[in-house]
Write a protein that binds this ligand. Sequence first.
Ligand code: NAD
Length: 372
Amino acid sequence: VNGTYKILVTGGAGFIGSAVIRHIIENTQDSVVNLDKLTYAGNLESLAPVSNSDRYAFEQVDICDRAELDRVFKQHQPDAVMHLAAESHVDRSIDGPAEFIQTNIVGTYTLLEAARAYWNGLDGQRKKAFRFHHISTDEVYGDLLHPDEAPALAPHELPLFTETTSYEPSSPYSASKASSDHLVRAWLRTYGFPTLITNCSNNYGPYHFPEKLIPLVILNALEGKPLPIYGKGDQIRDWLYVEDHARALYKVVTEGKIGETYNIGGHNEKKNIEVVETICEILDELAPNKDQLLGQKGQSYKSLITYVTDRPGHDRRYAIDASKIAKELNWQPQETFESGIRKTVQWYLDNQQWCKNVQDGSYQRERLGVIE
Ligand code: NAD
C-alpha cells in the first residue's frame, strides 16, 4: 500500500469503519489496511468508491485470531490502529450475548496484545509516533435523566455525558464495550501502550445496515411496511451524521493526545418518534409512488407507524457534551440533524441497488463465491 501515514482500520467494512476509510482515501494522502472478518454487518460494497485506490488494502481476518493479527502487523507495518471492529446491535446482544463477549472483549484483548508486541518491536522514532485508537460508544455511561422525569428543569439544565461520567452500562452490548474500554485504559496504564479512546453518540447516514432504526424506517416505508417504534417512542438519542464522526476520528488519531478520551456528539437530541416522523415528512415530499403505495391519495407515511413492546432495559436518554474535542481539536459537526437526515433519505432513494443487495443477502453470497 502506498501513502504517507499507514492506518490499520479494524471493522472497516462496517457502517462507521467504511465511512472512515472513504474519508481517509478521499481526503488525505494516507493509506489504509482494512482488517475485517466480514460478519453479516461487513459489506465490501460500502467501499466501492475507494477500493481501487493503491492506498487501500483488505485483509479478511478475525480480531480473535492472534496468529493472523501478527502476520498482518508484520506484513503491513502500520503507523496507527483505529479499532472499530465489534458486534454493534443492542437487540442482537440481548438475544445472543456470546458473540459480543467474544469479539468486543476477547477480540479487543487479542488485538491489544498483537499491537503491543508489534509496537515493542518498533525502532525509536516509529515507536514514539505509534498510536492505538479505540472507538467506543456513549452507551457505556448508561442513561441520563429524561425531561419527562424532571419537568422543572430547562433543556440546558439537563445533565450530559462528559469524559469523566462513571460507567453504568445497561445492555450486554454496552457492557461488552465498557469492558473493552477498561482493557484499553489498563494497557495504557500498565504497559505504557499509547492509546486514545473516543465515545460517540448514535450515528446515522449512508450505508447504514437496515436493522438500525433510521435505515429500517426508510426502507420499510418505501415498501409500505409498518414502521415499528419501541414503547411510546419517547426515548431520546443524540444523533451524529456518520461523516462528521469519521472526520472527528481522523482528527483524534492524528492530532489527539495519547492517554486522552474524547466524547463525540452532534448536539442533536431527538425523541425516536420525532426522528421517525421527520423521515416520514421527507419521504412524503421526495419519495416516488407514494399515493399508489399507501393506497390513498394525500396519505402520509406516518400512517405506517406502529408501536411495539419496548426493549428490556431500554435506555431513556443519551446526550453528549462534546466541548472537549471542540476546544482541544477544533472539531465541530458540519451537519445539523435536519440537513443530515435529508441527505440520508436522499441517499437511500438514490442507492436502491445497495439496499436490495443487503436485503436479499447477495452482498454476502458474492464474497463467498456463490454463483447464482
Ligand atoms: P457495524 O456493525 O456496522 O460494523 C462492525 C464491523 O466489524 C463489520 O464490518 C464486521 O464485519 C466487523 N467485525 C465484527 N466482528 C469482527 C471480528 N471478530 N473480527 C474482525 N471484524 C469484525 O458497526 P458500526 O456501527 O460501524 O460501529 C463501529 C464501531 O463504532 C463499534 O465499535 C461500535 O461499538 C462503535 N460505535 C457505533 C455507534 C453507532 O451509532 N453505530 C456509535 C458509537 C460507537
